[in-house]
Write a protein that binds this ligand. Structure first.
Ligand SMILES: *Cc1c(COP(=O)(O)O)cnc(C)c1O
Length: 386
């Protein structure tokens, strides 16, 4: 099927997919095999060894390429393994300019693994693209953007960053985990590589850990494929299958995540026990106009702080949820709540944390696709415990 004329809600189901060649299976079979029979040395049917390639993984790689508007996809054992592959395109002395409020695991990979190997990272506030120029020099190779950010829901202007990257002769990489291609397609806005933790919305059911890259340019894709095959951080066929299946309902799930997210954001805003609500759909959000321009809708991720909230009060609220589950991660069908200060961002010193807005009374919600009345009632009863 030629994908070019199909709309997004069709591509999630059909993009890059064909019935299986053996028996016409509509879903890609889970090719649980390490190797493939050859008729004569080198005479094979496109697959030789499952680190180098596997048909189930290929179905997923073609799917992500299609829904991100790219030409090539690569699947890894985790989101961090995908990021690891991108940074391995660099050599000692090269520099990366990165969003400052980055996913904690990405920050750890950059500073604890790659910095000691001689790669330099600048963590900067990307609120204003004009400020980035100060960090550009002849060693700048990558501009790394995460938007919306976690947990403060800041929005970075992808098109503006693409201009900075082009002028610097550097690649623009966008971690699109929070938005998904349903909400924003960075390759169409000038990004060179899109990265995903498919563990989150793409998988969508909290049952798999997996990472993805999508690329338009063949030379970049070849470089990444060489590293993927050489370093070997690939995903298994069962996990690839789960994400192929997840992507088929991405548009339906995202639509509901956005509807419920909007309703919860407004509910929190009007709640007497709540101080601040961080959600890019509010006109008062500092980057609302950029969000409106580059995103189709505003997603299901929301953070809020409790009025006068002590750590003790906050712990009481977050432990009192019945429908929301207290857990790390996000993007599944079920609603989750997290406490950034003691969970995802505990490794950042309190003073640094608070500079980013991550106060002790901040709670992060991944709003799921349950009935909205049950979600509101659950938040209300938890807040009324204080
Ligand atoms: C979870 C996450 C990652 C890391 O992905 P894993 O699949 O956990 O390795 C990277 N970036 C963002 C924004 C994430 O939420």
């Amino acid at each position: 099927m030629a994908d070019d004329n199909l709309k997004f809600n069709t591509l999630t189901i059909h993009g890059g997919q064909q019935p299986d060649k053996a028996y016409g299976a509509v879903m890609p079979p889970i090719y649980q095999t390490s190797t493939y029979a050859q008729a004569a040395p080198g005479d094979h049917q496109g697959f030789e060894y499952s680190r180098s390639g596997n048909p189930t993984r290929k179905a997923l790689e073609d799917s992500i390429a299609s829904i991100e508007g790219g030409k090539f996809g690569l699947a890894f054992g985790s989101g961090l393994a995908a990021i690891d592959c991108v940074i391995k395109t660099l050599k000692p002395g090269d520099e990366v300019i990165s969003t400052n409020d980055l996913y904690g695991g990405t920050y750890r990979l950059f500073t604890k693994i790659f910095e000691p190997l001689g790669i330099k990272f600048h963590f900067v506030d990307m609120d204003n693209a004009d400020k980035i120029g100060d960090y550009v020099n002849e060693n700048t190779k990558i501009i790394w953007v995460e938007t919306p950010t976690n947990p403060m829901m800041n929005i970075i202007d992808i098109k503006a960053m693409s201009k900075v990257a082009k002028a610097a002769n550097a690649l623009l990489i966008v971690d699109n985990t929070f938005a998904t291609p349903y909400l924003q397609r960075p390759l169409e806005m000038g990004a060179d590589i899109v990265m995903h933790s498919a563990t989150k919305y793409l998988g969508g059911h909290s049952d798999v850990v997996l990472g993805l890259l999508a690329v338009k340019d063949e030379a970049i894709a070849e470089k990444l494929y060489f590293i993927q095959n050489s370093s070997g951080a690939v995903c298994g066929p069962m996990d690839a299958f789960l994400v192929v299946r997840g992507i088929k309902t991405l548009h339906v799930r995202m639509q509901r995540h956005c509807e419920n997210g909007k309703a919860i954001a407004h509910f929190l805003k009007d709640h007497p026990k709540v101080e601040n609500v961080y959600w890019p759909g509010f006109e008062s959000h500092p980057n609302h106009s950029v969000a409106k321009e580059q995103m189709k809708d505003f997603g299901g991720m929301i953070s809020f702080s409790i009025k006068g909230g002590s750590l003790e009060d906050t712990r009481k609220v977050i432990s009192s949820f019945n429908v929301f589950t207290l857990a790390e991660s996000l993007g599944g069908v079920e609603s989750l709540a997290g406490h950034p200060a003691s969970m995802t961002h505990a490794s950042i010193p309190k003073e640094e944390r608070e500079k980013l807005g991550i106060v002790d009374s901040l709670i992060r919600l991944s709003v799921g696709i349950e009935d909205i009345d049950d979600l509101k009632a659950d938040i209300d009863q938890a807040l009324n415990k204080i």
